[in-house]
Design a protein around this ligand. Structure first.
Ligand code: S3P
Length: 420
């Protein structure tokens, strides 16, 4: 295990670009592999999660040459596919494989082995795929006998873009229409990118929900510039908001639907954040220090910021009052049980943090005190702790720092560029 130490308080100043969006990167690789012809994908995430998905697509017959991805001639993988730490990689790939007429065996690391897979196994079985795995398909490894699937009309019981996407990717090859009805809308990258690759798909908002209808479709090659990942930008934005003397611009970040909820929360807390150079779904985010006050984060906004709760919890430490995150039971089935990992590690830095069954409470007004903390193998916990340490007093040492490689291998280098 590697350790990483930061000293606080250290202001963050400057401009930077974060890695390409992880959600879009996984989808770009899978859709380009499925499409006829050669797609051009610029700016993929360089994290291990996305490298695993790229390796999986190569194992299934895609040819990747720099920005060019040639697809359309996929075949049965000759060996077990290991998606490492990536929930998005394994769940989306399970959907893709369910529509293809061969056997696929998908696995991952010890964190993936604890995460629920029945949420995708159930609808994919309803579509006609045979799915097995430990505990009857609740856990990895997953064994998928795909092909011969038919459309379904599915209402996911949890707000999950991964579940929605798995069903839609299987639906590409299904007979008949596939309908996914989300009660609460989640990120819509899959739907948007399917459309850009020529799929016959429509999207309708219904109150806070979203209904996608997909007819079986062939995909054509496409071009995409993957924008910066808002989930990585969130660490620098929160850092700049809470550390006196900070002024940071994160350039070229995706701020489209379902991803920018953390900015709304920070604004509610009184943060000095602004979108500059806004073009379509992309903008530069500027953040400067200001005093924050507590807020309640709950309900339909949760899916739009679920990955940013570790960073927002750090912002809540410095805010006046008690910030409550609820309706966020999904936190318990992320790379770690994040209710447990956030509360235990921020408490180790002197925070007053309480777990709830579906979220947590952070009693603010107290900067981190420095100390020794642990990522528990979770990249977002590691980076959130680094930001807490930069905002706090003294030295904070994070054990298990290697976890950041999952999504942001250059985090420490970028931090150095902002503190120079
Ligand atoms: C993702 C969906 C979310 C998110 C994950 C990425 C995606 O997971 O937490 O990091 O790319 O579809 P859930 O679908 O489990 O909510």
């Amino acid at each position: 295990m590697t350790r990483f130490s930061v000293e606080g308080p250290t202001p963050l100043r400057g401009r930077l670009r974060v890695p390409g969006d992880k959600s879009i990167s996984h989808r770009a690789l899978m859709l380009a592999a499925r499409a006829e012809g050669t797609s051009r994908v610029r700016g993929l995430s360089d994290g291990d999660d996305v490298l695993r998905t790229a390796a999986a697509m190569i194992a299934m017959g895609a040819v990747i040459d720099g920005e060019q991805i040639t697809g359309g001639r996929l075949h049965e993988p000759g060996a077990v596919i290991d998606l490492g730490n990536s929930g998005t990689g394994i769940r989306l790939l399970a959907g893709l494989c369910a529509g293809l007429p061969w056997l696929s065996v998908l696995t991952g690391d010890e964190s993936i082995a604890r995460r629920p897979m029945d949420r995708i196994a159930a609808p994919l079985r309803q579509m006609g795929a045979a799915i097995d795995g430990r505990a009857g398909g609740r856990f990895t490894p997953l064994v998928i006998r795909g092909g011969d699937v038919h459309g379904v009309d599915y209402t996911p019981p949890v707000a999950s873009a991964q579940v929605k996407s798995a069903v839609l990717l299987a639906g590409l090859a299904a007979s008949g229409e596939t309908v996914v009805r989300e009660q609460v809308a989640t990120r819509s990258h899959t739907e948007e990118m399917l459309k850009a690759a020529g799929a016959d798909i429509t999207l309708h908002r219904v109150g806070p929900g979203l209904v996608a209808r997909l007819r079986p479709s062939r995909l054509h090659a496409f071009e995409i510039d993957v924008p910066g990942d808002p989930s990585q930008a969130a660490f620098w934005v929160v850092g700049a908001c809470i550390i006196p003397g900070s002024d940071v611009v994160v350039e070229n970040v995706y701020v489209g639907p379902g991803r920018a909820g953390f900015l709304d929360v920070l604004e509610r807390m009184g943060a000095d954040v602004a979108l500059e150079n806004h073009r379509g779904q992309v903008a530069d985010i500027r953040a400067r220090h200001s005093a924050l006050s507590a807020t309640v984060v709950s309900g339909p906004e949760i899916p739009s910021l679920v990955d940013e709760i570790p960073a927002l919890a750090v912002a809540a430490m410095t805010a006046e009052g008690s910030t409550v995150f609820r309706d966020a039971a999904e936190l318990r089935v992320k790379e770690t049980d994040r209710v447990a990992s956030i509360t235990s590690e921020l408490s180790a830095l002197g925070a007053r943090a309480e777990p709830l069954s579906d979220g947590l409470v952070i009693h603010g007004g107290k900067a981190a005190s420095g100390g020794e903390v642990n990522s528990h193998g979770d990249h977002r916990i590691a980076m959130a702790l680094a930001v807490a340490g930069l905002a706090g007093e003294g030295t904070t040492t994070i054990e298990g720092w290697e976890a950041v490689g999952t999504s942001y291998p250059a985090f420490a280098e970028h931090l150095a560029s902002l503190t120079r």
